[in-house]
Structure formats: structure tokens, C-alpha cells
Design a binder for this molecule. Structure first.
Ligand code: UD1
Length: 420
């Protein structure tokens, strides 16, 4: 089992370069199923979730070449012979469900393993399926697989999502790409990763236009053009390192980010008395201060990202005062609370609200990583706490943070990964 060991309480210094966005890469990699021609993606973070998606694409008949952070995707002779995303390749990564839409669009049929529940909540796919059914796809569940078939596309396709969902928006856009009829989607998610996917598809020749803030019209076409595309920076990774700077009372410069994507995190850091100096549109310097408590609730973009909640909660332990955090996206996304409490934090939970009494100092302890963002919140707590923090089961961290240990070490953190 791999562990991370941190000797914390040290100030950090220097620069951290943000990698490409994991979630944007996952959606765009899934979209490569739509292509006959070559797709080249640059700035892809080579993390475990991306490796799993690559395995899935190879299983579906794609040829994949990886050189550093550049991925080249072409079709092998096998492509088009299988429409199955097997359980073994989907079980560790919920984003496996994102191949459902493009398989339907390309081959009019798909058999994709249900992603199942996960630690942070039930994570159903009803919204994905309801859209597909609305355009005429027959779907049913058999032995843990979603089996889908499109015989006749309905003529008029205007669909409104009952609830905003990132994954259902991605799947619906990708299902619509190669379909000749016009499709209008409303109440879609507008996370920057969705906008990146739309930018990518438009560059490949697809007609997509915004009819309103959360409404798009897609005019599908038979073939997409060969494309080379730069994936956007990972806004959650950028925000995580901003908090690493704040929580260790250090002046780090975070480079290669998109400042517009992290504006919400910057606003809340300002409220917490952490200054963020804009160097240019791709880099900021964090100027730490005496941390103040801040309360917030998570919501779809442009609101406070659920993916930043655990990291901010870690910071709030070092604040002066009490903060309340309401988690409105996932019902069980407080797995980090018991581990932070093991480090001496004073956090209580009532339904989906966590109350954090800022005690300004934690105690180093042995803790367990539970999901991706919970895991990194423990790294942040460990960096800010004197003594030896041991983080067990770091598999989740490796799913989403590229070279985390290396990046932090480079800034003077005493952190190492061991294999026992
Ligand atoms: C994506 C992100 C994840 C992020 C989340 C919310 C990827 C690979 N993952 O996850 O990092 O935390 O968005 O920003 O991009 N829901 C339903 N039915 C559905 C689908 C979702 O009820 O069919 C619910 C979910 O249970 C959740 C909410 O809708 O309560 C939002 O989930 P969704 O936006 O779909 O998250 P993911 O796409 O899974």
C-alpha cells in the first residue's frame, strides 16, 4: 500500500505549475470515439483516471500514443467492432459512463457498465438516460449494464434537464454530435470543463451555439475534422495549491492557470483574508494573512465548486472563528471530517452542514484518504501541522493530482511517498 508522509509546519516558497484539467480531458478523450480522423490532445495530465479512460478507449479499438502530456488518438482495425465498456474498466472511475453518449452517436448502440455508487454519494445516471430516451434511444438495465439502442431519432428534440449535471450534459452533447437533427438542450451545466468540450467540438467543425446562459443548440454532422487541441488548466488543482499557500502561511506563485476559472475561489480566499495578487491572466501570487472564518454553500458553476469544499474546510480549521459549510451537490461529501477530527479538528456535521470551529492548530496523526478531494484536504492539513502526518491509501490522490509530491517538494515541503 502506498502512503504519503509529511513533516509539516514548514513554510513553502517558489512556483507551482498547474497541469491540464483532468475532468476536461476525460470528457474530450471520451469524445474521440466520434472521430474517424486523428485527434491530438495537448496538456493532458497523466493521472490514474486518464490512464483508465485510455485503457477503455484501447479496448474500444483506438490506437493511443502518449508522449509526455500529449496524446495522439487514431482508429485501429478493431474500432467499431465493440460497443462495450466493461465493468473492470469502469468500476474505479465513474467517468467511464461518458463513453455512452459518443457510442450511441457513432454506432447507434452501446453497452456500458453502470458506474455504481461511490463514497461521496449514490451518483445515479437517470439524467443521462432520460435525455437519451427523449431523442428516441431505447435503454434498459441488464446484469449491471446499461444497454442502449437508437433506431429512429425523434424529429423535434428540445430537452430541459430537471437538475444541473456535469456528466449528463457531457453525455447529451456527445450523443448529439453525429445526429443529423437539431438538438436543443437547456438547464445545462456550464462548468469551464463543459465550455472546453464545446470549444474542442467547434474546432473539430461541429455547430454548437448558445441560445441563453444554460441553453445550447447542436447541429450534428456526419464527420468531425482532424484536430489538435490544448486542454484547459485544472482549476481545482490551481485552487488546491492556492490553499496550500494560504494554510502554510506562505507566498507561493501559482502558474499556468486560467484566472477566470478560479475567480470564485479567489473571492472566498479574499473573504478569508488571503490576498491574491494577479501577475498576469495565467499566474497569481498568494499573499497569506491571519485566516478569517468564511461560510459558504456549494453549487453548480459559477458557484462554489463541490470539488473545492474539502480543501477550503481544511483551511477553515486554521481560521479565527467558526464557519459553516453546506454541501449541496453530493449528499455524503464530508468523508474528510472524521479524519480531520483525528488530527484534533473541531468539526461537527448536521445533515449536509458542517460547522468548523477554527482552532488554528492541528495535531499530526495517521489518517486515511477516502475520496479524491478529501485526500488532498488531508495533505493540506498535514502541510500546515507540525510533526509527522501519515496519509494511508493514497490511491485516490493519484487518480487526480499529477506529480503532487514532486510539485510540493519543489516548494520546500517535506513530503514523500512510500510503498509498504
Ligand atoms: C462531475 C465531476 C466531479 C464534480 C461534479 C460536480 C467529472 C469527471 N466529475 O461529476 O469532479 O464534483 O461534476 O461538479 O467531471 N445526478 C443525478 N442524476 C444523474 C446525474 C447526476 O441525480 O443522472 C446528481 C448527482 O448525484 C449529484 C448532482 O446531480 O448530486 C451533480 O452531479 P454531476 O454534476 O452529474 O456530477 P458528475 O458529472 O458525476
Amino acid at each position: 500500500m502506498k502512503k504519503i508522509i509529511i513533516y509539516g509546519g514548514k513554510k513553502l516558497h517558489g512556483n507551482i505549475n498547474v497541469s491540464g484539467s483532468k475532468n476536461s480531458s476525460l470528457a474530450i478523450l471520451a469524445s474521440s470515439i466520434l472521430f474517424e480522423k486523428k485527434v491530438v490532445l495537448k496538456n493532458v495530465p497523466i493521472v490514474e483516471d486518464i490512464k483508465t479512460m485510455i485503457k477503455l478507449l484501447i479496448y474500444l479499438g483506438k490506437n493511443i500514443k502518449i508522449k509526455r502530456n500529449i496524446i495522439e488518438i487514431t482508429n485501429s482495425k478493431k474500432f467499431g467492432k465493440s460497443f462495450i465498456a466493461p465493468y473492470d474498466l469502469v468500476k474505479t472511475m465513474r467517468a467511464g459512463i461518458l463513453v455512452l453518449g459518443p457510442l450511441i452517436s457513432k454506432f447507434k448502440k452501446a453497452k456500458v457498465s453502470l458506474p455504481g455508487g461511490c463514497a461521496i454519494g449514490a451518483r445515479p445516471i437517470d439524467l443521462h438516460l432520460k435525455f437519451l430516451q427523449s431523442i428516441g434511444v431505447k435503454t434498459y438495465i441488464d446484469k449491471g449494464y446499461v444497454i442502449s439502442k437508437l433506431n429512429n431519432i425523434k424529429k423535434k428534440n428540445i430537452y430541459r434537464f430537471k437538475k444541473i449535471s456535469v456528466g449528463a450534459t457531457v453525455n447529451s452533447i456527445l450523443a448529439s454530435c453525429l445526429i443529423s437533427n437539431k438538438i436543443i438542450l437547456s438547464n445545462i451545466a456550464i462548468e469551464p470543463e463543459i465550455i472546453d468540450l464545446i470549444k474542442f467540438l467547434k474546432k473539430a467543425g461541429l455547430k454548437i451555439k448558445f441560445l441563453g446562459k444554460r441553453k445550447i443548440e447542436i447541429q450534428g454532422k456526419k464527420n468531425l475534422n482532424q484536430i489538435s487541441y490544448d486542454i484547459m488548466p485544472d482549476r481545482i488543482e490551481a485552487g488546491t495549491y492556492m490553499i496550500a499557500s494560504a494554510v502554510t502561511n506562505s507566498k507561493l506563485t501559482i502558474k499556468k492557470l486560467n484566472i477566470n476559472h478560479v475567480q470564485n475561489t479567489i473571492n472566498y480566499l479574499l473573504k478569508a483574508n488571503i490576498k491574491v495578487k494577479k501577475i498576469n491572466k495565467n499566474s497569481v501570487q498568494i499573499i497569506p494573512g491571519k485566516i478569517k472564518s468564511v461560510s459558504f454553500k456549494t453549487s453548480p458553476y459559477p458557484g462554489f465548486a463541490s470539488d473545492m469544499q474539502a480543501q477550503f474546510m481544511s483551511l477553515m480549521n486554521f481560521a479565527n472563528g467558526t464557519s459553516k459549510i453546506k454541501e449541496e451537490i453530493f449528499e455524503n461529501r464530508f468523508l474528510h471530517v472524521s479524519e480531520l477530527n483525528r488530527m484534533g479538528a473541531d468539526i461537527s456535521i448536521m445533515k449536509n452542514v458542517a460547522t468548523i470551529k477554527g482552532i488554528q492548530k492541528l495535531k499530526a496523526a495517521e489518517v486515511m484518504a477516502t475520496d479524491l478531494r478529501a485526500s488532498v484536504s488531508l495533505v493540506l492539513a498535514g502541510l500546515a501541522t507540525r510533526g509527522k502526518t501519515v496519509i494511508n491509501r493514497i490511491y485516490h490522490l493519484e487518480r487526480g493530482y499529477e506529480n503532487l509530491v514532486y510539485k510540493l517538494k519543489n516548494c520546500g515541503a517535506k513530503i514523500k511517498k512510500i510503498n509498504v
